[in-house]
Design a binder for this molecule. Structure first.
Ligand SMILES: [Zn+2]
Length: 60
């Protein structure tokens, strides 16, 4: 996925069990993805956000 802040950075999220860190991807009944935990970029744009039902929720 691309960083939702618009910086153009490509973010790779690992979903396999052996990865560290890793994320859980959940799809609701309409196929909208939610990710847990939140995504926090420790460098660059420092974006910190959640994906909930296919939408980006920025962390304050
Ligand atoms: Zn960004």
């Amino acid at each position: 996925m691309r960083c939702p802040c618009g910086c153009g950075r490509k973010i790779e999220l690992l979903l396999i069990n052996e990865a560290e860190p890793r994320w859980d991807l959940l799809l609701d009944e309409e196929g909208r993805p939610s990710l847990a935990p939140s995504v926090w970029l420790r460098d660059g744009c420092h974006s910190h956000f959640w994906i909930r039902k296919g939408k980006v929720r920025w962390c304050p």
